[in-house]
Each structure stands twice: as C-alpha cells, then as structure tokens.
Design a protein around this ligand. Structure first.
Ligand code: PFF
Length: 450
C-alpha cells in the first residue's frame, strides 16, 4: 500500500503543533516555572526554545522529509552502519514517555468528570490532597489510563489523514480559543497583579545561584514541549511533500507552541494566586490541589474547571497520538504489519507499561526523570550530531527544497547545529544524568527500602 501523506499544509502544521502543545505546556511548564523561581526560568527557557529548539526541529524535519521513512528507517537509510540501530532509542523513548503521559492525561480527564458530575467543592488543602489521592492512584487512575489509551489508539488506527489530521484540525483551534478565554477571565481576578509580577519579573540571582538545576530543566523542557529528541518530528515530516518551506513551517510551529506555553502561565498563575497558594509549591500533584481549590472558590469556578481540564485532556490527546504514531509508523514501514494490529499492539504494550504508574507515583518520577532528563536530550544530541557532522550536505540541500531564493540563514543553522547546540546538549545531558542518578540513589532507593 502507498505510504500516506498529509492532505494539506495546515494539516501538517496543526499536527505538529498538536504534538508540541500538551501536558508539557499546561502541566509541566507551570510547575517547572514555579519550582525554578518564576520569570528567571521563563527567560532561560525562551532563550533555549529560539536558539536550540528551532534549529533542532529543523534537524528532524530534514531527516524525515528526505527519506519519507519512520524514525528508525530514516537513520538507517541516511547513515547506514551503526546508525541503523540508533533509531531504536526513539522507540524505547516513545514507549517510556507515552506510558506515564497517558496516566497523567487520565488524571485530567478524571478531574473533568469530577467537575461535570459533582462540581468543584473542595476548599481546604487536605480535602484537595485527598481528592488527588483518589484520582491519581488505584482503580480510578487505571480506568482513566485505559480510556485515554483507547482514544489514542482509536485515532491513530484511523491513519494519518482520516485519523490524526482530522482530529488535530478540531482540537488545536479549540485549545487556543479556550485558553485565550481562560486567560481573559484571569485578568479579572484579585491576585492577577501579583501573579503577573511573579511570572514576568526575573530575578537574575536565581539564574546564577541555581544554574546546575535550571539549565537542564530549561533545556529538557524546551525539548519536551517541542516533542524533540524521539523522532516525532521526523515521522510527521516523513508524510510531507518536497514543496514546503521547512523553515517557515518550523517557525510557525515553534512560535505557536511557545505562545501557548506562555499563555498558560497567564491562566494558571492568576488562578493560583487568587486561591492564595504558594506558586513555589506547585509540584507534580500540588498544581491539582491549588487549581481545584481555586475552582471551588472562584465565581463560575466549576464551569472554568470543566473548560480547563477539558482543554488539557484534548491537548494531551493530540500529543499522545504523535508518540504512538512514531511507533506505529516504524512497525508498518519496517515490518509486514498493517496499521490496525500495529496500533493495537504498540498501544496495548504501552498501556501495560503505564500500569505501575497508576499504583505508585514513584514510577512517574522514575519514568519522567529518565525520559525528560536523559532520553530526550540524548536523542536530540544524536540527531544534531548526525545531521551536523555526518550528513551536513543532505541537511542543507533538503532545507533548500521548497525555497525559491538562496537563504543565508542556512549556514547559520548548520553552524548552530554543529557546535553551540552540541555543547549545550552535552552539558544538559551530563547534568540531567547526574540528577537522575541522584534520584535513583536517594529517593528511589528510599522507596525500595520502605
Ligand atoms: N510535546 C508534548 C507536550 O509538551 O506535552 C509532549 C511530547 C510529545 C514529548 C511527543 C515528546 C514527544 F515525542
């Protein structure tokens, strides 16, 4: 059967934006910003997105579009030799990320259902924590993880055009419209002024004091949010024709993803300040505590909560499909398997891998720390070295396709990819790996011992 392609240019852009915009923007970004000191983190993150994320997304685009192959096959074809095995890293990363991503997405879906059936009524931190406990561990978590994976499998099984492209054309505009509405509402809240000040005035002392944790956190976040380092953008670009200007498309995608992350800050921080919670405390679960408390106290809170949790669920869905597509496209390109069994098989295995996360949150840290701190950065490093040093001519010629005039930026791109980005990634990888080992040695060992 002929390999599928996107039906429209906007379909490709929306699919890539749908992949980029997800829990990374709405769940991870606020709590990372909160933990790493607010505006200082925001600034470093923005710098990384422009200087590293944008060139790195182009690296994946040129590989995918040149070969019209999946993430494993494209490296084999372009690199040969040992490169044929490198793509396996992406397959592993995809399994790891989607397994916990789906569990967390299931929590948001569960909160959405809480809002619809009971409304948001918990006002004390203790009650909010209790609700989070019910949602995040045990049967509820397992059931919603299953429902979420079933939706992901359903969309991916329909194929590139009829499944993914159609879904993102509805989902992405809905996400943007609802977030703008929520941010507009946020301006009317009491704590809004203090929230914006916290979010927007950087304390450079924080950058200097905390650079060892801030740097890998900001780099990891930049890669995670742009879905880089695991072949999503290779796979999506492999369904493209040669007539597009990749740099323009990448610019639109990076801009929209970043604008949406920044916009989320204008939603979450006013809500949290209005509810009187400390933004430095909004860790993994606490963001749920503060938000549910906020929705219980704010005017029209339940409605707001339903919209908010609905938006997050949709955003997570449009990202999750891109991860599963990496695996499915690998399976169908490289093996004599049809899309439906490939989707069911990969999706089912991911569901199983996620089950421990529904039982104990320590597995969330175990998988997220590995994926975000190590695997994505390693994957991105391998890809920039590959395009920058192994196949630079292919990279440049592919970048030039679909562009009518000669573009001086191409050389700057190659230069960025070859050196500055490699250096930042090596440092981020070293720090991220140390951080993760520390987690294994201290927190995880303590958990094992308990
Ligand atoms: N970019 C997605 C988000 O910000 O939620 C997460 C993600 C999707 C990460 C796909 C990695 C990936 F390959």
């Amino acid at each position: 059967m002929a390999r599928e392609t996107w039906a429209t240019r906007i379909g490709f852009i929306l699919a890539a934006v749908g992949s980029a915009v997800g829990l990374g923007n709405i769940w991870r970004f606020p709590f990372q910003t909160g933990q790493e000191g607010g505006a200082a983190f925001l600034l470093v993150y923005l710098l990384f997105v422009v200087a590293i994320g944008f060139p790195a997304i182009l690296v994946e685009f040129v590989i995918g579009r040149r070969t019209n192959l999946n993430a494993v096959g494209s490296l084999r074809e372009l690199g040969g030799g040992a490169w044929r095995y490198v793509g396996w890293l992406f397959v592993v990363t995809g399994f790891v990320i989607l397994s916990y991503y789906s569990v967390v997405a299931g929590w948001f879906a569960r909160y959405l259902v809480v809002g619809v059936t009971d409304g948001f009524t918990v006002t004390t931190e203790a009650e909010a924590a209790e609700l989070f406990g019910i949602v995040s561990t045990g049967l509820d978590s397992l059931v919603f993880h299953a429902i979420f994976m079933a939706l992901v499998i359903g969309i991916v099984a329909m194929g590139v055009r009829r499944g993914i492209e159609l879904a993102v054309k509805v989902m992405v505009p809905a996400i943007i419209l609802f977030l703008i509405g929520l941010a507009a509402y946020g301006t009317t809240l009491d704590g809004a002024g203090a929230a914006y000040a916290y979010y927007l005035s950087p304390d450079f002392g924080v950058v200097v004091d905390n650079w060892t944790s801030l740097l890998p956190a900001a780099a990891g976040q930049a890669f995670f949010t742009l879905s880089l380092g695991m072949g999503v953008m290779i796979t999506y670009a492999s369904y493209l024709g040669e007539d597009r200007n990749l740099a323009t498309d990448a610019g639109v995608i990076v801009f929209l993803d970043t604008a949406i992350a920044v916009l989320v800050g204008f939603v979450v921080f006013p809500f949290i300040f209005a509810a009187g919670t400390d933004p430095g405390q909004i860790a993994v679960g606490a963001i749920f505590f503060s938000l549910t408390q906020a929705f219980a106290t704010l005017p029209f809170g339940t409605l707001l909560g339903i919209v908010f949790f609905g938006v997050v669920t949709i955003a997570a869905l449009s990202s999750a499909i891109s991860i599963l597509e990496v695996l499915v496209s690998y399976l169908i390109d490289e093996h004599p398997i049809d899309r439906l069994p490939a989707t069911l098989g990969a999706g089912g295995a991911i569901f199983l891998l996620g089950v421990p996360v529904t039982l104990d949150l320590v597995f969330l840290d175990l998988l997220d720390g590995l994926a975000d701190g190590v695997l994505l950065v390693l994957g991105a490093l391998i890809l920039v070295v590959f395009v920058g040093w192994v196949i630079p001519d292919v990279g440049l010629s592919e970048l030039g396709q679909g562009i009518t005039s000669v573009d001086p930026w191409d050389d700057i791109w190659l230069w960025m990819v070859r050196l500055p980005i490699v250096i930042v990634l090596v440092v981020a990888l070293a720090l991220g790996a140390l951080d993760y080992l520390e987690f294994l040695r201290v927190d995880f060992a303590a958990w094992l011992g308990s």
